[in-house]
Design a protein around this ligand. Sequence first.
Ligand code: PLP
Length: 382
Amino acid sequence: MTIPFRGPAGQETTPYLLTPGPLTTTPAVKEAMLRDWGSWDADLRAVVGSIRSDLLDIADASQGFECVLLQGSGSYGVEAALGSFAPKNKKTLMLTNGAYGERAIKAMSYMNRDFISYETDELEAPSADEVAALLKANPDVGAVFLVQCETTSGIVNPVEDIAAVAQKAGCVVILDAMSSFGAMDLSMKRMGIDVLISSANKCIEGVPGFTYILARRDLLEASQGVSHSLSLDLYEQWAYMQKSGQFRYRPPTHILVAFAQALEQHKAEGGAPGRLARYKKTAKAMRDGMRRIGLSPLLGDNETGPIIQTFATPRDPNFDFTRFYEGLKQRGFIIYPGKLTKKPSFRVGNMGALDHDVMAMLVDATEATLKAMNVKDLTPAE
Ligand SMILES: Cc1ncc(COP(=O)(O)O)c(C=O)c1O
């Protein structure tokens, strides 16, 4: 893919957003938002319809699955999905190894749904064997929730193995694929995923403002009256969308047309495999370059995904994250603070309309920023 707006840091096309989202988008995605749209208009309804069917195609879920679009960020989608599909008369097994698993658990507590949790360290993936043992010991569990790429660290969890044991135990599998859908290998049919949640501004590279939930049609049909919330009720949102082709309440019009443009670009790049290939290239360029200047990624090359990279904060007393952030920002790059609870770290994202040359520029900018801060000891802080 050619990134048409690539240019030296400092030009109007920057900053490059190297974060878990929002992300850098192409000019075509931004330009798609320059027109106003009526919500009842047939043109907009056609956009909504094509987005829904494209998302099902990407998920390999065209038969027997439905796609529901919902206003709000990804967290709204997770809460809506749990509200509609976490059983009321059974428990849900909640897997967590980071902030997004924790947030989903919090949502379960807010809506008073019964759950048990399986927590692993932020830098450690959950084990399918452990999930199997937990499901055996707790026959009252009816659903399993997990995150594919835990954006807290960038770790990729073994979805296929865990979904297989969950399915064997007769559980519904609910997957937060927020920061992986559209790039990482994901087939709902093959992997046995019953419900999947993602959002507009992750690997599809749209702008933030809506979330989407893909779910088995029979589960959706059975979810009438289950949700704890009016505006997050996926059955009602779906039923209205089926009937009218429209959102139930005010639609995020401009964001939808930008997303339709982003989907065209996704197809032109070769779908998820094409996007994954680019992200892998950018992730490698970033990790190799950062290592070359002395910084340490916290996860090994085989544990991390090509979505976001976590680096250890340097030990040097001159290092201060806010000054580092500002120095990179002046050079055209926006990064993100760390979210790990135990190790001081910062994060740099790979998602978005970026290529490996942008990564080379980032590494140069990082080296220049550290030099300007007089940071010499880059060994990890404890
Ligand atoms: C894995 C995962 N789940 C949930 C969320 C929450 O999404 P949002 O920030 O759009 O509410 C994020 C956000 O980065 C995420 O990465």
